[in-house]
Design a binder for this molecule. Structure first.
Ligand SMILES: Nc1ncnc2c1ncn2[C@@H]1O[C@H](COP(=O)(O)OP(=O)(O)OP(=O)(O)O)[C@@H](O)[C@H]1O
Ligand SMILES: [Mg+2]
Length: 226
């Protein structure tokens, strides 16, 4: 396959979990640089599975997943790729319980050659961007569900990754915080050329993206008008 200018190429991907659960049957799509694309579909359709494959957290049973022209499943340094190229907002947040919000946000910056004070300043700036500047020193148990989600968004964008994979980043947010996160993601894509694959059931999301991919019965189908 030729490596074009696409940031993400997913071609003919299959993934099953045991013989009885073929989740992805033949999934193909491409993301151009700076595109903001919504991946939609019913619960259990395989949206999180797709994000995991693009992030190199899982391997396809068949087909290809390329990021910046490189096959993700064969990477020699997957941890570095995930740190330097990809920002991931996990559906279940995955914050480290022992660390404060700002320390959690600093985690992706630790391998970069930054002074501790610089790291802290960037983490605080990212928390301020999501509207959480006043909770920087709280631990996850001291944050609300929505605040944990905002912390996870700040952690995913703090290193200004080339590719942002965001799994339901507004799922536990009220209308105002949800708007702020969708607005921030839109600006990162528009102004900084960040490529974004967004999974969301949020009805506001569809109107704010360049394109919708609809995942159904293991394939990308034409999006249903809403
Ligand atoms: N590690 C795993 N082992 C077994 N089955 C799995 C595994 N991961 C996912 N599945 C199954 O694959 C299917 C798709 O899961 P996935 O989490 O990708 O769905 P989703 O589209 O993200 O759903 P939701 O909207 O509820 O988050 C589900 O039926 C799930 O049970
Ligand atoms: Mg999911």
């Amino acid at each position: 396959m030729s490596a074009g200018a696409e940031v993400v190429v997913v071609e003919g991907v299959r993934r099953s979990f045991g013989a009885l659960v073929p989740v992805l049957q033949d999934v193909s799509f491409r993301l151009e640089p700076g595109e903001l694309v919504l991946l939609r579909g019913p619960s259990g359709a395989g949206k999180s599975t797709v994000l995991n494959l693009v992030a190199g957290l899982d391997r396809p049973d068949g087909g290809e997943v390329l990021v910046d022209g490189v096959r993700v499943a064969g990477l020699g340094h997957p941890a570095r790729f995930r740190r330097e190229v990809v920002g991931f907002v996990f559906q279940l947040h995955h914050l480290l319980a022992e660390l404060t919000a700002e320390e959690n946000v600093e985690v992706p910056l630790i391998p970069a050659h930054l002074r501790r004070s610089q790291r802290r300043a960037r983490a605080r700036a990212a928390l301020a961007e999501v509207g959480l500047g006043d909770r920087a020193t709280h631990r996850p148990v001291e944050l609300s569900g929505g605040e944990r989600q905002l912390t996870a968004v700040a952690r995913a964008i703090v290193g200004r990754p080339r590719l942002l994979l965001a799994d339901e980043p507004t799922g536990s947010l009220d209308a105002i915080a949800g708007e702020r996160v969708l607005g921030l993601i839109g600006r990162l894509s528009r102004d900084q050329g960040m490529t974004v694959l967004l999974v969301s059931h949020d009805p506001r999301a569809a109107g704010r993206v360049d394109r919708v991919l609809e995942l159904r019965d293991g394939r990308i189908v034409a999006p249903e008008p809403r």
